[in-house]
Write a protein that binds this ligand. Sequence first.
Ligand SMILES: Cc1cc2nc3c(=O)[nH]c(=O)nc-3n(C[C@H](O)[C@H](O)[C@H](O)COP(=O)(O)OP(=O)(O)OC[C@H]3O[C@@H](n4cnc5c(N)ncnc54)[C@H](O)[C@@H]3O)c2cc1C
Ligand code: SF4
Length: 554
Amino acid sequence: MNVNRRLSTPVTSAKAVYEAIVIGSGYGASVAVNRLAGLGVDVALLERGPERVPGEFPKTLIDAAQEFQLQRKSSHVGREDGLFDLRVQEDVSVLLGCGLGGTSLINGNVMLQPEAAVLQAAEWPSVLRNDADGALAAGYKRALLMLESTPYPNTVTLEKLTALKQQASALNATMTLPPINVTFSEREDTIGASQPACTLCGDCCSGCNVGAKNTTAMNYLHDAKDKGAALFTGAQVQWVEQTAQGYRVHYDLIGPAAQGEQPAPTSRSMECKTLFLGAGTLGSTEIMLRSKARGLELSMRLGEGFSGNGDVLAFGYNNDVRVNGIGIGHPPRDGADPVGPVIAGLIDLRNSGKLATNIVIQEGALPSPLAPLLPAMLGSASPLFGVDTDHGDSTAEVLRTLKSLARGAYKGAVANTQTFLVMAHEASQGRMQLTDDALTINWPDAGRDPVFQHISALLEKATAATGGTYIANPIWSKTLGRNLVSVHPLGGCSMGDTSDQGVVDDRGRVFDGAGGVYAGLHVLDGSIIPGSLGVNPSLTITAVAERALALYSR
Ligand SMILES: Cc1cc2nc3c(=O)[nH]c(=O)nc-3n(C[C@H](O)[C@H](O)[C@H](O)COP(=O)(O)OP(=O)(O)OC[C@H]3O[C@@H](n4cnc5c(N)ncnc54)[C@H](O)[C@@H]3O)c2cc1C
Ligand code: SF4
């Protein structure tokens, strides 16, 4: 595979009509465009963000700042097609990816299947609850094959895993290596193009500059292009409407596609017979809410059932052992030890006997562009929000903090810091709505779910095993209102058996206002998942989409 091959063109070169249009390019959308192209459908994909090939992802703090967009209510700061899309909300803030490949460009690559009991919960459509036709199990299999998920092969001993092992023992658990979407041995294809092997740089969450991260651009989209799909960037879809022939998609040109177009931003539309929304939990829900406001009949459940997947981000700061959990860039900093893929280790605590307290803990590397910020950020959060888990070594701890401040993140306290990422089950009762035409998430008291106290107690115990200071996410503190941050938003266009229960059916077909489904209108992405999964969600999003496309007929 040639990882530097460009797959897309600006949307200004698109035709006015296609047989099918797919919106977005994350997991759900990539499956849709790939499988439709495989059926010989004349299909176009519309993505708002640009295409970035390896080498074009941020390398420095300045690069990262330029790729940062922040939206709070209807105000927006930064480039509207910036890679890191942070939605600041009252109750649950969300981080998303923007670009060809969706959030797979900046995620942690972990592919885990939820426990069987999760999919048997009442929120799931009955046909998926027992997977009577086996099509969901087949979807999981196809997803893992396409994304080439594999555990870290443990070729180099990683200090962050050694620390996690110690932390797992303190919780009476063992550390395991989950499947991740990373290529560990260089591969050549039949025409001699190759995908390089992972250099263990740890920068997966700022985008892989090597080409070893198996984002959707590396597999589903690459293959879709080969099968004849047209992939377009710079199209921010606003709303959709039903027409006599199918659907009209209204979009604005953004980024390079808008340059030179007058007036900017230029609004355009495109038509198709079949439409798949895959713009992610926030993106698809926002498009559907706007479409409903303009007359498309949709379920009353639209916007309901938002979940942050019980996400927690926390730190075991300034441990007595080295963790080496800060990315080292590509090419790596001189003499730097390999960090490993961003997430390589897992403590699976899904054995408490109750879904409500079943959680998974993963370690994570922080990307190298953030390294200059970390000594001051973690050094100041520690006395304000931290809990020192051991006593009698405060001089050594202060000296390590000073060492990081003086010599940077790769020395001292920050080099001894473990980043924890946790997923759990929460009530999934957030509500998305449009306020001044911008998506807002309302979920007062989301962070007061008892599961977050449970997680905090476990992480403090894990941190004590390596003698660090436990720092919970500062915005979850009592003073700052117990707010949450999620990188795994779900819901809003949830699946259900009927339009009273959901916005789409088990195959992502959108319920109409007359007791049936719209012909040719689908949603396939995180927005249709009807509740927290308690594990990283991409595998399930991909599997549900694979199932829907396997059962799809033109
Ligand atoms: C830092 C981080 C780490 C993560 N780690 C993991 C992990 O290890 N494992 C895991 O399973 N998950 C992880 N996730 C989450 C995971 O990546 C997402 O759950 C998944 O990508 C969601 O897939 P999706 O198909 O719903 O949409 P997305 O992947 O979010 O893709 C949606 C796409 O639609 C585009 N879009 C949005 N609105 C519009 C519009 N109006 N018009 C046109 N295009 C639009 C977006 O730009 C984007 O490309 C992580 C996320 C982050 C941020
Ligand atoms: S560790 Fe580095 S090389 Fe490996 S997948 Fe992540 S970003 Fe790419």
